[in-house]
Design a binder for this molecule. Sequence first.
Ligand code: F0G
Length: 451
Amino acid sequence: MNDNLHQLRCFGCGSRIAGAEARPDFRCAQCGELFEVEYPGWSQRGGHDRPNPGALKWLWRERRCSGEPLDESGVWRFRELLPILENFGNAVSLREGNTPLYRLPRAAKALGIDRIFAKHQGMNPTSSFKDTGMTAALSVAKERGFEWVACASTGNTSAAMAAYAARAGLRSLVLIPEGKIAWGKLSQAMDYGAVTYQLKADFDGCLNVLTEIVKQAPIYLLNSVNPYRLEGQKTPAFEIAEAMDWNVPDHLIVPGGNLGNSSALGKGFREMRELGLVARMPKISVIQAAGANPLVQSIAKSHGATLEPVEAHTRATAIRIGNPASWRKAAKVIEESGGWCLDVTEAEIAIAKAEIGAEGLGCEPASAVTLAGLKKLRAQGVVRPGETVVLVLTGHTLKDADYTIDFHRGALLTEDEKRGLETEIEALRRNAITLDATPAAVLAALEGQVG
Ligand code: F0G
């Protein structure tokens, strides 16, 4: 392991250890907090290991034309900013990253904002943003000689882990909350050959069980408490800046669950600023579901100094998390970037998801909190018309097809949840209607649609 290039720094007490010294649960032996990866060579200006911004921009662009597997990865293309492997030949890649940055013209028009983009992380190999982190951390597991890897998951982490483990020839163990994950995700874990156990617990309970297991068995933990996951997940920040010619958007809006992703993207922008690749950070806002909003409560009650776990409820099962592991890191990102943290209701999520669908993109429910949150930030006047906004869409629409079908059939939301929003919801619904198999029947039904 390239411990001379990277080390782990405790986010709580600041103590530093070599990567290989991390305990199996990735918690600090002194204070119990999480670590983050740090690159000591970058801190000295003009220092030997400090990357040169101009050279990096050129190199990364060149690699887009390369046919080398590592260069074709939108994560490892940026490997100068993630020197976490002794040998990059150990990288396990499925050509993740390089995801599209789409414009959302209808949302922009409706909200009176010039430029709204969606960074669609659902366009990754297993259809969620987890692939960017998994390629990084699973490659570390492989390099360190582990035979088993494991995660607790609301579905996407397990799908990504199972795929990358299969590619690397490792065995994988998945713990999921029984009955509380979308079928598309469960089917992926099975398809890629993971050993999957459904526990009678929520996500937080599954992670607690797994934390004990990795202390007793030689299994490598791949939840986002693992700091190498966040190194991979910071790379979409590089892609966004590159796509904007090394300018950054005014706002970046991210869904919040276990809060690893917002932490990682914040780290990516922070590092780019520190290395002189970009001049500033975007304002990073984290949006949670109202029924799973521990960070919103933490910031409201204590400015992010303490967090009380909540019992989480939301149909956006990916972010049904009451005790997020990376909350301190996310709170710091919001604070240092000048962003906001707010929550949105079940009906607001469903409407935003249908609107993203109607732009021809689609996403899973947890991703739609970003647009729902942007609407609130716009209404509050904190996002202004001339600003540029990037929404991070974290998962593909096919991850949770049941949710979409229930919405369009009118079976998703309760009357209480819909109250006051009925017209908006009806205008978005597209139910599949059953007709007689005759041209006349189809033409007659179509008549009502034309106009
Ligand atoms: N969006 C999707 C689609 C997710 O799957 C997750 C998390 C999030 C947002 C939240 O990201 O946890 O980094 O704040 N899914 C995890 C999982 C917990 O197990 O797949 P976060």
